[in-house]
Design a protein around this ligand. Structure first.
Ligand SMILES: [Zn+2]
Length: 379
């Protein structure tokens, strides 16, 4: 069994948005209160723990924080439990000392599965009732928790589901936004979980290129044999280019037809960091060709491409809870988020982060946003 999270945009009205903001405020306040208490107790020689702090908050909130009663009790409780997790990670040297949550940056609260209900494309929240979601839950399995968060003035719910391995979502045709991660091990990974391996027969053709180039270098300059060999080599290069181009055409057309908003990363980083080997130039060319085709097809069909700037750490952010890893080695294909405990596939996680960036950039404005930019013209 693995945990999978599906982040869905909420279509909430003003009353619901106000409630969410309030619940986030309560969660933030409880978290910061507990962090403060924890530090003080520890400095006084005590041994603080999250369970005691939750009990303590419960006993004083009626008098000291009466507004906490206006939202689900999960908001403060889960926040303090998350602080406990943060300290666990700190003591295990996986993370820094927990920091205070900030408004706008850490706006989120979590509900346990006994506190909400998901039905089709609606979610029922205590004190509030049904809230509409932009799509229905993608995964089938036992629902574990839901985290409601705000980004760029939009509200999202991330529902964590325990699913059997190998049942990661198929492509949802109604989905309008997608994120794309380009890589060496898998050429194209979509935020829907779909992976496109890229053109395969390249390897055998490349061997022939090498053999031909060697034999070419042995031929006398100006000889007929040399001309013949040159022609052969040129044809082979052409074939390789065609084959690669076909695969890329297929992939880009499929993506453009299916999705309206497409998040993709800046290629400079990848090109420099990821490829050290022989395949470097070939891969680079593939990435640029992929982007070039995607851009002009998007322009033709009126679709939008949002390019994350080169500092956007798409691989290092947990797509479920937003936790940011300090470092993540290139060989790590799967990792467990120390904050929320979800298992993440490196490429899919990066693709989901790019999708979320694309969605929030679309919401923010037309033109530039803080962490994404429109690609106005085909490259
Ligand atoms: Zn996480």
């Amino acid at each position: 069994m693995i945990l999978q999270a599906h982040k869905i945009t909420l279509k909430c009205n003003n009353k619901q948005a106000t409630y969410f903001a309030k619940a986030c405020g309560v969660a933030r306040q409880a978290y910061n209160w507990a962090l403060d208490e924890w530090t003080k107790e520890y400095q006084a020689g005590g041994k603080p723990n999250e369970m005691a702090l939750r009990k303590k908050l419960n006993s004083i909130k009626r008098e000291q924080f009466p507004w906490m009663l206006e939202v689900t009790k999960n908001a403060p409780q889960m926040a303090i439990m998350q602080l406990g997790e943060a300290f666990k990670n700190f003591f295990a040297k996986r993370a820094n000392y927990p920091r205070f949550r900030k408004k706008w940056i850490d706006d989120r609260f979590t509900l346990t599965n006994d506190q909400f209900l998901v039905k089709d494309s609606r979610i029922r929240i205590p004190h509030l009732g049904w809230v509409r979601m932009r799509e229905s839950l993608r995964f089938i399995g036992k629902i574990i928790s839901a985290t409601i968060s705000r980004a760029a003035n939009k509200w999202f719910v991330s529902i964590t589901v325990e699913v059997a391995q190998g049942t990661i979502a198929a492509v949802n045709e109604n989905q309008v936004a997608v994120g794309i991660d380009l890589g060496l091990s898998t050429f194209v990974t979509l935020s829907t979980g779909e992976k496109m391996p890229g053109p395969k027969p390249l390897k055998t053709l490349l061997c022939r290129v090498r053999r031909l180039s060697r034999s070419l270098s042995r031929k006398h300059k100006g000889s007929n044999n040399r001309k013949k060999a040159q022609m052969k080599l040129a044809k082979l290069h052409h074939r390789i280019a065609n084959r690669r181009c076909d695969a890329i055409h297929q992939a880009t057309t499929e993506i453009i037809n299916k999705f309206d908003v497409i998040g993709i990363e800046d290629l400079n980083v990848k090109g420099m960091v990821k490829n050290h080997k022989l395949s470097r130039s070939i891969c680079d060319m593939g990435f640029y060709e992929f982007r070039r085709q995607l851009s002009y097809k998007a322009a033709l069909k009126g679709k939008r491409i949002v390019v994350a700037d080169r500092w956007f750490p798409s691989s290092k952010i947990c797509c479920c809870c937003g936790h940011r890893m300090e470092s993540l080695s290139l060989s790590t294909r799967e990792w467990k988020c120390p904050c929320c405990g979800n298992f993440l596939d490196r490429d899919i996680n990066a693709a989901i982060n790019l999708e979320q960036l694309a969605v929030s950039s679309t919401v923010t404005a037309c033109g530039a946003s803080s962490n994404g930019q429109w690609l106005q013209q085909p490259l």
